[in-house]
Design a protein around this ligand. Structure first.
Ligand code: ATP
Ligand code: MG
Length: 487
């Protein structure tokens, strides 16, 4: 509500609406709430007092009326008692000023409290009482004083001789004075509340939002070189401590990503430098002196080989970068997984044969899944190429696929050199090679398993690697199966 009002004012002034500060909202909320509470309580007290005073004066009027009625009805022959009641100044009347006038059946005043005629005439009261049906009513005297009055008819004597009228009025000046003094008090209290409530609201909002300001202060000083800074949460209230903890956790994640990114950039530069240096070296050596056609051809061949390696590396990096950005990279289709594995086997069969390794394929019946065929083929190709690269002649590599309830499990198993357990945790990291000297020479970039993991994650699956040094390695992919294929 408050925010809407501020936005409207800002729009009218032509400036873009800006969210009000939390301290301002809290201070305003506190001020409005506390002022409203003070105003409600003081008003309730005032109306309570007014109602009690009214009840009290009505009670006095009723009691006095009862006395007069009793005197007229029961002691109709004893006019002295009635005269005393009406005309003699009593202690009660001095405190609660009321006037009585008793009229006979012809409307002539029989008894009148001294001073009543100056305040209000018989006719004036009769006129005001018309239509009140004997109820108590309010009227203003000729002096301007407020009165509460009641008029009633009483039959004289137990035999009901004739009908007399009692006019009873009560001066309300005191009651009005008390109430007006209370009103002054209430205005005073409200004026003090109007000054104190905003001040207390601002002070408590400032005090309450102090930790937030400290958090934002810390946040404003954080840059790429100070990502290790953390907010000290111990002294903060629970809500702010939770926020600060989340903020610290976010900083931790940012720091981790930043470190990973820096390492990755350094790795990329390093990996690109090797083939570029090789190409440059080959070209410099070739141009150092005149060469035969065959020597130039060899140099160009070496340059081409390095260029191919370079473009493969760039292509792999591009693939990883693209697959991490949001968007649907997959072109999923219902695929016969056995046919896909068989294509991978056919592709690597010749090279396995050349290395003296047996390449098996075990497919458990008709296994089908919604996958991006070329991408999955690429992942499996990376795994088979790793297996072949780390298995000695006479060893075996097997490709297995089986359906397990709602999942498809594909395994690439070899009887090769295996991976040491300390390296096993890092093999999915980009540019990681368990045996750098060997794999770099054989052209490995250390991106193969990262790409496998990325492809599996894009399919909503999972990848695991198990290995025993000297016994072999098994990489298993678990992919969700969303439908059966017509195979
Ligand atoms: N089947 C395996 N047997 C033994 N070691 C393996 C096996 N697969 C992977 N590794 C180890 O894990 C490392 C990372 O493998 P990855 O496929 O990511 O990179 P690479 O094969 O070195 O290079 P790339 O695949 O990018 O050409 C390899 O360098 C290798 O040391
Ligand atoms: Mg590899």
């Amino acid at each position: 509500m408050f925010w809407r009002i501020l936005s409207r004012i800002a729009r009218r002034r032509g400036s873009p609406p800006q969210a009000p500060s939390l301290a301002l909202l809290l201070a305003t909320g506190y001020t409005v709430a506390s002022f409203a509470i003070v105003a409600i309580i003081t008003s309730l007290l005032y109306f309570g007092l007014a109602s009690n005073l009214k009840k009290l004066s009505e009670q006095i009027l009723a009691d006095e009326l009862d006395v007069c009625r009793a005197l007229i009805q029961a002691r109709s022959n004893d006019s002295r008692a009635l005269r005393e009641e009406v005309e003699v100044d009593s202690a009660v009347r001095r405190y609660q000023k009321f006037y009585i006038r008793v009229l006979d059946d012809k409307g002539h005043a029989l008894f009148t409290t001294p001073g009543m005629d100056q305040e209000m005439s018989t006719g004036r009261i009769a006129q005001e009482a018309a239509g009140q049906n004997g109820n108590i009513f309010w009227l203003k005297a000729s002096s301007g004083k407020p009165y509460r009055a009641v008029v009633t008819k009483v039959s004289r004597g137990s035999a009901g001789l004739d009908l007399w009228t009692i006019q009873l009025t009560m001066d309300l000046s005191q009651e009005v004075e008390v109430l007006s003094q209370h009103r002054i008090w209430i205005w005073g209290v409200l004026a003090i509340a109007a000054i104190l409530c905003p001040r207390m609201g601002i002070a408590s909002a400032k005090w309450g939002t102090r930790p937030l300001r400290e958090v934002s202060e810390t946040a404003s000083h954080i840059s790429s070189s100070t990502l290790s800074a953390r907010i000290q949460v111990q002294s903060y209230p629970l809500e702010i401590a939770t926020l600060a903890n989340s903020f610290n956790a976010m900083l931790q994640r940012l720091e981790d990503s930043f470190v990973r990114l820096s390492r990755f950039s350094a790795d990329i530069a390093h990996e690109l430098r090797t083939p570029v240096n090789n190409i440059r070296g080959e070209a410099e050596v070739a141009l150092a002196r005149p060469r035969t056609g065959e020597e130039y051809s060899d140099a160009l061949g070496a340059c081409l080989e390095e260029s191919v390696r370079l473009s493969e590396l760039i292509e792999s990096l591009l693939f990883l970068a693209r697959s991490e950005s949001p968007g649907d990279h997959l072109k999923k289709k219902q695929q016969d997984i056995c046919a896909l594995l068989s294509a991978v086997r056919d592709y690597y069969e010749a090279s396995a044969l050349e290395s003296g390794i047996t390449l098996h394929l075990h497919c458990d019946g008709a296994v089908a899944a919604q996958v991006d065929g070329p991408l999955l083929q690429r992942a499996l190709g990376n795994l088979v190429s790793n297996a072949l690269a780390h298995t000695a002649a006479g060893g075996a590599v097997s490709l297995n696929a089986a359906k397990q309830s709602q999942h498809l499990r594909i395994e690439v198993k070899d009887t090769g050199s295996g991976i040491p357990s300390e390296a096993l945790l890092k093999v999915f990291d980009r540019f990681y090679r368990a045996d750098p000297a060997r794999t770099r020479n054989s052209g490995g970039t250390g991106l193969g398993l990262s790409i496998v993991r990325q492809i599996v994650f894009l399919h909503g699956g999972d990848v695991k690697i198990e290995s025993q040094v000297g016994e072999g390695t098994t990489v298993s992919l678990t992919l969700p199966v969303s439908g059966e294929a017509d195979v």
